[in-house]
Design a binder for this molecule. Structure first.
Ligand code: S3P
Length: 429
């Protein structure tokens, strides 16, 4: 673990950045490429630690996967050729790998044990384990399978009709993947929309999937067909630089080729509602996921209330939105975001502690935060709690502090944005 000290930067930032591939879409490309028969080429894949966990998991199931930088080649004979893993599967820090793989392992006639790092071992799995048990898979683990390590004996699943009790795309996806491995039609009902990359990609791989209103149905043991995937830039990674440009006076930044799926663009709505200057140039020839270039200029911002259905559309961006809110005039209230307490760390506690140390006026609530702006930040120490998004939020704050920002450890940025500090240097030099 090595401390990182960032000096204040008192100049405008500018430039053009291409953020790495979308983490959610990269995971799903490996999953569907492995389930499908044939050769799948994934380009602009996120070369981060979390997505590597998903690759390793499918290699252990017998799939041939080659990776070179941001290109992944998957050669599979389909899920009927998968083999029982010889060793427990390690998911590291990756909640998406854990929850989505549990859905797949539930449908395979194998015994598997899965485990993760200290943070992942504290995150609740019952949200997927419970419906997957109802479909017929056997799970064991601490607290009746709520926490990793978990052992699974899968296969012989029955379809299910399931209303999501939590607003979670991971839960929805785990059930849809398990549904693919049943005889019949599985239906997931989501009262609030969550990211729909799984549904979009299932369709691209030829699955029988249908969506109407909030109901998603997937049918039967179909053979999926391999198809190439281009992964757009991750709006959750772009968010750090969108906010940087919005809060550093006289700045202007363009982020190219960013995924603009409307289940993910809550951060853009928030920037606009606060009075930010955001313009979007949509890219054409979009087959599956919409993409575009986003330009943000510095402007004066006003505090707003963020809650309700927008929360799943910006859940991962809330740490950096909290920093944004410290620079908006008036009060910003973030509510309905209790899920933040169940992420890589308790992000409400970590953000409030980190930004308070820097001089922000911010308080935690049970399901969010209240931030009073506009508050100049002085600098200070931030503990990242090994959470990539907290470390990057702290690094961006050094663009507006009067003194140094010291982060206990920034190695976690490799989870989702390995080139983050290079891009930060590029826009500040
Ligand atoms: C993800 C869904 C979200 C998000 C996570 C990635 C996904 O989690 O926070 O970073 O890829 O499905 P939840 O499903 O727990 O909301």
């Amino acid at each position: 673990m090595s401390e990182v000290r960032l000096n204040p930067h008192s100049k405008a930032i500018s430039g053009v950045i291409q953020v790495p591939g979308d983490k959610s879409i990269s995971h799903r490309a490996v999953i569907l490429g492995s389930l499908a028969k044939g050769r799948t080429k994934v380009t602009h894949f996120l070369d981060g630690e979390d997505c590597m966990r998903t690759i390793h998991a499918f290699r252990a199931l017998g799939v041939t996967i080659e990776k070179s930088d941001q290109t992944v080649l998957i050669q599979s004979d389909g899920f009927s050729s998968f083999i029982e893993p010889k060793e427990p599967l390690y998911f590291g820090n990756s909640g998406t790998t854990a929850r989505l793989m549990l859905g797949i392992l539930a449908g395979l006639p194998f015994f598997t044990t899965v485990y993760g790092d200290a943070s992942l071992s504290k995150r609740p799995m019952n949200r997927v384990v419970s419906p997957l048990k109802q479909m017929g898979a056997y799970f064991d683990g601490r607290s009746e399978g709520d926490y990793l390590p978990i052992s699974i004996r899968g296969g012989n699943l029955s379809p299910i009709k399931y209303t999501l009790p939590v607003k979670s795309a991971q839960v929805k996806s785990a059930i849809l993947f398990a549904g693919l491995l049943t005889d019949g039609t599985t239906e997931v009902i989501e009262p609030t929309s969550t990211r729909d990359h799984t549904e979009i990609m299932l369709q691209a791989f030829g699955a029988d999937v249908a969506k109407s209103d909030q109901h998603i149905k997937v049918t039967n043991k179909q053979q999926l067909t391999a198809t190439d995937v281009f992964v757009p830039g991750d709006i959750s990674s772009a968010a750090f630089f969108l906010v940087a440009a919005a809060i550093v006076p006289n700045s202007t930044l363009t982020l190219e080729n960013v995924g603009l799926n409307k289940t993910r663009t809550g951060i853009i709505d928030v920037l606009k509602q606060m009075g930010g200057s955001v313009s979007i140039n949509a890219n054409e020839a979009i087959k599956t996921e919409p993409t575009g270039d986003i330009t943000v200029d510095y402007s004066e911002l006003t505090g707003i209330t963020i809650g309700g259905d927008i929360i799943p559309r910006l859940i991962d961006e809330l740490p950096i939105i909290a920093l944004l809110a410290t620079q908006a005039k008036g009060k910003t209230v973030i509510r309905d975001a209790g899920e933040l307490r169940l992420k890589e760390t308790d992000r409400i506690a970590a953000v409030v502690e980190g930004l308070s140390n820097l001089g922000a006026r911010i308080e935690a609530t049970e399901d969010g935060m209240i931030i009073h702006g506009q508050t100049p930040l002085k600098g200070g120490h931030v503990t990242s709690y090994d959470d990539h998004r907290i470390a990057m939020m702290a690094a961006i704050s050094s663009l507006i502090t009067k003194e140094d920002v010291v982060i206990d450890d920034t190695s976690s940025v490799a989870i989702s944005y390995p080139g983050f500090f290079d891009d930060l240097n590029q826009v500040t030099s």
